[in-house]
Design a protein around this ligand. Sequence first.
Ligand code: AFP
Length: 313
Amino acid sequence: MHSEPGSTKFQIDLRRHLRQQNISDNLVHLICEIAEASKYVINAVRTGELGVAGTSNLYGEEQLALDVLSDRIIRKRLVHSGVVCTIVSEEMDEIFQVHTDSDGLYTVAYDPLDGSSLVDVNLAVGTIVSIYEGNDVLQCGRNQVAALYVLYGPRVTFVYSVGKGVHEFTMNHLMEFTLTRENIRMQPSGKIYSPGGQRNLYGKGVEKFVRYLEAKGSKLRYSGGLVPDLNQILLKGKGIFMYPALNGFPEGKLRLLFELNPMAFLMEQAGGAATNGCIPILDIKPEKLDQRSPVFIGSTEDVGKAVEYGNES
Ligand code: AFP
C-alpha cells in the first residue's frame, strides 16, 4: 500500500526522494528542472492569455497561445539543463537537437499542456514527460528511464517513476513538491471507466466491453483530459481508461510518444497494464513522431477483459 499523507514521509521533497532512487545525478537534475519549469506553466495556465496562437502543431492541429507558451517554457528549461541532447514535443514540428554527442545525456519527449482546450472552461490539465537515454527519439516506450506528469488541478501534483515504483508529490504553499504518496499500487480490477471518443464509432467488441463494465456496476468518469482522467484511476488504484480504435479512425486519437508511452510506463510501474488491444503499449516500435495508437490502460483484469472483447469477431 502506498503511504498516506501525514506519515513521516510527508516531509520528503522531490530532490531528496530522487536521490534515494540510486539514479544518475544528471537524471535527478533533469527531473528537478522539469518540476521547476512546471511552476511557470502553472502561472501561464492561471493567468495567461487564452485563445488561438495562429499556428499548428506536429499533428496539424490549431495551437492555443497556452500550448505555445508552455512549450517554450519547458523547452528553454530543458536546453539550459545541460543534460539533454534531443527534444521532441507535441507542439513542435521537428526534432530539436541540443547536442550531437548523446553520451550521458537524455532525450525528452513531452506534451507541454495536454488538454489545453479545457483551460477556458476551468477544467484540470497537465504536462506529460517521457525520458530516454541517448538521442534516438523512436525508441520503444519500454526503454524509458523515467516518466512523469504534472497535474494542474485544485492541487498541483507531480507523479513520477524512474522504474522503481510510482510516487506522488503535492505542491505546498511555498511551491515546493513534497511527498504525498509513495509506491502507488493498482488493484486487479475496479469500478471506474473512462471511455474516450464517440461511442457511436466504437467497434462491436468495444461496445460489448462497455456494456460488460456497466453490468458490473462501473461508473463513467471522463473529463476529456488524459492527465486528470488517468490520475483518478491511478490514485484510486482501480479502473480503466480507454480511447479505442474508432470506425474511420483505426489508430484512435492519443499520441504514442507524448501521451501513451509515459502513461503506460507509470501504469505498469504501479502494477497496472496498458495495451493497444493486441500488444503492450510499451512494446510498440514507433515508426514516426506523430504516431497515434488505440489504448486500454488501467487495472490488469479490466484491461485483459477489454482485449478479450476487442478480439471477438
Ligand atoms: P488536446 O491536448 O488536443 O486538448 O487533447 C487532449 C487529449 O489528447 C487527451 O488529453 C484526452 O484524453 C483526449 O484528447 C480527449 O479526446 P476527446 O475530446 O476526443 O474525448
